[in-house]
Design a protein around this ligand. Structure first.
Ligand SMILES: NC(=O)C1=CN([C@@H]2O[C@H](COP(=O)(O)OP(=O)(O)OC[C@H]3O[C@@H](n4cnc5c(N)ncnc54)[C@H](OP(=O)(O)O)[C@@H]3O)[C@@H](O)[C@H]2O)C=CC1
Ligand SMILES: O=C(O)CCC(=O)C(=O)O
Ligand SMILES: [Mg+2]
Length: 414
């Protein structure tokens, strides 16, 4: 067994699911690969300042670094990408935050990010997309974009169940499909790689239930099921059908004009919530042309991945796109973007996505006052045109600052 490298803080206590949040929780964080080294320390500093300013010492986060990705291989050994003690800590302390981690294209290790989501059963990937005044955007009126993506996070082709072309596994599976399942449509069987796309009733229903509950709790106007169910009938199409089933059977939604769209009254506000669906390709053009018509989005894993970055671009890019991975017990917050390797270690990129992911974490803890300070200080810094390179290159009269200076600009405005 490899040595332990996690140093548990001397003070602070564990968050226990179902129990009140302690005033001084211990929160594990993973620095992340690539630009993780730039953005993570800035996020920690900004969040500490917001908590301190909001509560004057009555609340405090005790951060505990845990290791995954390239940093873990340097500490634990060349094949230790996700050490067991990291998994154990993420479970034991229940709420955590992580920087991005690299996944090689083609060969090499499978995604550590996906592995974490699967192992902790973090089935909801929640990615809010909203506009901050003054951020450069390709849209004429980006203020109309205000959506929250609920992306299923454990299933789909994204789970990485696949076999390389010409491998024994691919040959065996293709033989099985042809000989036992009567499949005649594999165009080039001798040289096809094969991927499997599992989409279940349980997985789809629980994700959609969470999206509906979010719409109710946040008084949203509609929930759109996005899918490619015309082509992938028994995976994406079933996702749509199971979602409508949950809407009708569990939330009492009634079909509109014979369905499948339906509507119900928000039990908390009395306002009507429409449940509708859109085929993914058409949806991608509609969010550009008519973004105001979409609100809460529920989708399978791969569609959610594409939609996240596309929507982020509409409000200024993935430098400012936060996210949360949530299960019924655990939550691990992370930015939508990746490791942006060409910028690693340059103190250049926008720390906004990870800071806003931490802001979601503060709200998850119920620390609204600190979360509000994060939002307000970011709005003020951007309003003063103090921004990192990604915004500066698209803005007139901006003051371009480094990653760490942007964090300091936020703190100065708290
Ligand atoms: N959850 C995770 O940990 C994720 C990990 N990844 C992994 O990250 C690696 C790199 O992926 P890649 O496809 O390059 O995507 P990235 O998201 O890492 O970067 C793509 C581009 O987005 C812009 N960008 C990203 N982050 C920021 C930021 N903080 N501030 C400003 N601009 C930013 C940059 O644009 P520009 O060049 O225009 O300046 C960058 O070149 C891959 O290994 C991938 O698997 C990817 C997504 C999520
Ligand atoms: O795991 C990865 O490397 C990519 C993940 C990703 O793009 C995402 O979750 O949005
Ligand atoms: Mg992605």
């Amino acid at each position: 067994m490899s040595a332990s490298h996690i140093k548990v803080p001397a003070a602070g206590s564990k968050i226990v699911p179902g129990q009140p949040i302690p005033d001084e929780p211990i929160i594990p964080y993973i620095e992340g690969d690539g630009i993780g080294v730039d953005i993570t320390p800035v996020m920690l500093k900004v969040i500490d300042a917001a908590v301190d300013k909001a509560y004057g010492g009555r609340k405090k986060i005790h951060w505990m670094e845990v290791f995954a990705g390239e940093k873990a291989t340097r500490l634990y050994g060349p094949d230790e990408w996700l050490p067991k003690e990291t998994f154990d800590a993420l479970k034991e302390y229940a709420v955590s935050i992580k920087g991005p981690m690299t996944t090689p294209v083609g060969g090499g290790i499978r995604s550590l990010n996906v592995a974490l989501r699967q192992e902790l059963d973090l089935y909801q990937c929640v990615r809010p997309v909203r506009y901050f005044n003054g951020v450069p955007s390709p849209l004429r009126d980006p203020s109309k974009v205000d959506m929250v993506i609920f992306r299923e996070n454990t299933e789909d082709i994204y789970a990485g169940i696949e076999w390389a072309a010409e491998s024994e596994g691919a040959k065996k599976l293709i033989r099985f499909l042809q000989e036992e399942m009567g499949v005649k449509k594999i165009r080039f069987p001798a040289t096809s790689g094969i991927g499997i796309k599992p989409v279940s009733r349980e997985g789809s229903s629980r994700l959609f239930r969470a999206a509906m509950q979010y719409a109710i709790d946040n008084d949203r106007r509609n929930v759109t099921i996005v899918h490619k169910g015309n082509i992938m009938k028994f995976t994406e199409g079933a996702f749509r059908d199971w979602a409508y089933e949950v809407a009708q059977q569990e939330f009492g939604a009634e079909p509109i004009d014979g369905g499948p769209w339906c509507r119900f009254k928000n039990p908390k506000s009395g306002r009507e919530i429409i449940v509708k669906d859109a085929i993914a390709d058409a949806f991608l053009q509609q969010i550009l042309l008519r973004p105001a018509e979409y609100d809460v989005i529920a989708c399978c894993n791969l569609n959610g991945d594409y939609i996240s970055d596309a929507l982020a671009a509409q409000v200024g890019g993935i430098g400012i796109a936060p996210g949360a991975n949530i299960s019924d017990k655990y939550a691990c917050f992370e930015a939508t973007h990746g490791t942006a390797p060409k910028y690693a270690g340059q103190d250049k990129v926008n720390p906004g996505s990870l800071i806003l992911s931490a802001e979601m974490m503060l709200r998850h803890l119920g620390w609204k006052e600190a979360a509000d300070r994060v939002i307000k200080s970011m709005e003020d810094a951007i309003g003063d045109k103090v921004v990192t390179y990604d915004f500066a290159r698209l803005m007139e009269g901006a003051t371009e600052v480094s990653c760490s200076a942007f964090g300091d600009a936020m703190i100065a405005r708290m």
